[in-house]
Write a protein that binds this ligand. Structure first.
Ligand code: NAG
Ligand code: NAG
Ligand code: NAG
Ligand code: NAG
Ligand code: NAG
Ligand code: ZN
Length: 525
């Protein structure tokens, strides 16, 4: 069934009728969306960047009254757990504690010790429950926009290439703001580097799926007018100025006539090798640079990283940490450490974005063990950064883009295995898991009116065993809950409260005295 579905996707071009998307994120039919949108009336101002800038400014003015602190954050680091909902945090800290031989619930993820915590609202302009593209635009560009679009305001509908080229609709990210203030920039992720979250730092695209030129063409557009996301990273402002670029996704940088170092075929249809083009550019400009495709190469650069570092460790996403080949695959902590070592040499400080991107993927597959372990990996990466960067001059912000529909349910006693069945039974006397999902591929058919007993399944307890879900779906969905925001460093108080997700980069800019508004902040004088 799944195979048939994907085969159909491969054969037909994406259109309003054929719903396309990546494995984890099926697109939403645009006709259906239009019908829904006709019924609701939105504030027309929401389609402009100005609206969201003003929304954030007003909130900063309010909070600023109580911000007595002075000082400026020289370094700005944003950590993003993709799909790291509040229940995911609670379950991951419990797993962490249980791995250490304790009951678990009392444990803390590294960033749960940060002095300020807030909540961010994640809806997008045309969507109650968002995706990683509109949320990346919010937390990196400071503007809410449409589902599936990146770095462009909500006046741009998904796949509207022409509208995305209009200057008024194009947004600059906090990475570009920081660059303008002479800071160095790095991006780190466990997904393809062209995937929605990291792309929010550098791309302007009417469709998050336009990761290579062939996908722009498939949607009927000309990559010369709307360049793909990989191309933008290597050749356009601000991506081409980034000093550290670490993640996966080699296939989007290589021509489809070639295979990469590990045998993955390239996806580009324009015969261009963007990895060579990146290297040639640095060579021509006589800059120190290195390209790494495996862990050993990366670790050999750790002591004295080159000025420009590009590391692409997989054809697509990095492997899940618990399944990874440790000789080829660096950990998120290692990636974070080399990024900070490299960027710390910058005279005027830096902006770094670090994503634990596969929490989301594991949840989509109803794999709680992998999702929680990826969360613990992010926690370790934050701990590594916190130990390297002084609290007085470095602002660390840890947050998530959106929630998932994982629940921690039942009435298990203290210290019960967080990955095991509840102490309880359902009304038919059948066991159920403490961690389950409202929907996803883990849904099972009932036997004669009652749930099957999942704990006797052959693969129960394996990493890729799916926990049970109520409603069958090929990919579990995101959730519409608020997400947590943790902050440490200069002006961390500004991150308390409940606010729009699009305020986040404005708050970071406030703390770091970057962006257009800095001239008006007294602590920036
Ligand atoms: C590469 O892309 C071109 C252009 O779409 C196509 O004609 C060709 O068949 C592709 N090659 C492979 C090996 O897929
Ligand atoms: C390139 O850099 C090297 C080492 O810094 C220097 O010796 C050389 O003169 C530079 N060449 C050019 C063309 O700038
Ligand atoms: C890990 O990758 C290396 C290099 O490709 C390979 O030689 C080795 O067999 C792999 N190890 C495992 C456990 O797959
Ligand atoms: C279904 O449940 C009923 C009532 O408990 C029972 O009589 C019947 O034998 C069951 N059928 C099967 C196929 O298990
Ligand atoms: C700074 O404040 C002045 C005076 O209130 C105002 O006119 C100006 O628009 C502000 N600048 C920015 C970038 O907000
Ligand atoms: Zn997702």
């Amino acid at each position: 069934m799944l195979l048939v579905y994907f085969t159909v996707l491969l054969l037909l071009p994406c259109s309003q009728r054929v719903v396309c998307g990546d494995e984890y994120h099926p697109d939403i039919d645009e006709e259906t969306r239009l019908k829904v949108e006709d019924r609701v009336s939105r504030n027309a101002g929401e389609s402009t960047a100005q609206y969201w800038y003003e929304e954030a400014r007003a909130a900063i003015r309010k909070r600023q009254v109580r911000d007595q602190r002075r000082g400026v954050a020289r370094n700005l680091v944003m950590f993003l757990g993709d799909g790291m909902s509040v229940p995911t945090l609670a379950a991951a800290r419990t797993l962490l504690g249980q791995r250490q031989g304790n009951t678990g619930e009392e444990a803390k993820l590294s960033f749960e010790n940060f002095p300020s915590v807030g909540l961010a609202k994640t809806y997008c302009v045309n969507q109650q429950i968002p995706d990683s593209a509109c949320t990346a635009t919010a937390y990196l560009c400071g503007v809410k926009n449409n589902y599936g679009t990146l770095g462009v305001a909500a006046a741009v509908r998904r796949r509207d290439c022409a509208a995305s080229t209009e200057t008024a609709n194009r947004l600059e990210s906090i990475a570009a703001w920081a660059l303008e203030h002479g800071k160095d920039i790095g991006i780190v992720t466990t997904t393809r580097i062209t995937h929605a979250s990291p792309a929010g730092a550098f791309a302007k695209s009417a469709n998050r799926n336009w990761e290579h030129d062939g996908l722009v063409r498939e949607d009927g557009h000309d990559p010369a007018q709307c360049p793909d996301i990989a191309h933008q990273l290597i050749h356009e402002h601000p991506g081409k100025h980034f000093k550290v670029i670490l993640g996966g996704g080699r296939r989007n940088f290589l021509p489809n006539s070639t295979r990469d170092e590990e045998g993955t075929r390239g996806r580009r249809t324009d015969e261009r090798n963007l990895i060579h083009e990146w290297q040639d550019d640095k060579r021509e400009r006589n800059l120190s640079f290195a390209y790494a495709w495996n862990r050993a190469q990366l670790m050999s650069l750790m002591e004295s990283p080159p000025e420009y570092l590009l590391g692409l460790f997989e054809g697509t996403h990095l492997q899940y940490h618990l399944e990874a080949n440790k000789t080829t695959e660096p950990t998120l902590s290692e990636l974070t450490e080399i990024a900070i070592r490299s960027l710390s040499r910058s005279e005027k400080g830096f902006f770094l974005f670090v994503e634990g991107g596969r929490i989301d993927h594991a949840h989509h597959s109803n794999y709680p063990h992998l999702a929680l372990d990826e969360t613990i990996q992010l926690s370790e990466a934050v701990a590594r950064a916190a130990s390297m960067l002084p609290e007085e001059d470095s602002l660390l912000v840890v947050t998530s883009d959106h929630a998932h529909v994982m629940a921690i349910n039942g009435y298990s006693p203290r210290g019960e295995n967080i990955l095991g069945p509840s102490n309880d039974r359902d009304s038919d006397g059948v066991p159920y898991m403490t961690i389950s999902y409202a929907n996803g591929p883990g849904a099972r058919a009932q036997n004669n009116g009652s749930r099957p007993n999942v704990v006797v399944e052959n693969d129960f307890g394996r990493l890729r065993w799916r926990s049970h879900a109520d409603m069958p779906l090929s990919s579990e969905t995101h959730g519409g809950d608020d997400v947590a925001v943790f902050a440490r460093g200069p002006h961390h108080h500004m991150f308390t409260g409940l606010y729009e997700q699009s305020q986040l980069p404005h708050l970071m800019a406030y703390a770091g005295c970057i962006g257009d508004d800095a001239v008006n902040y007294s602590h920036c004088q």
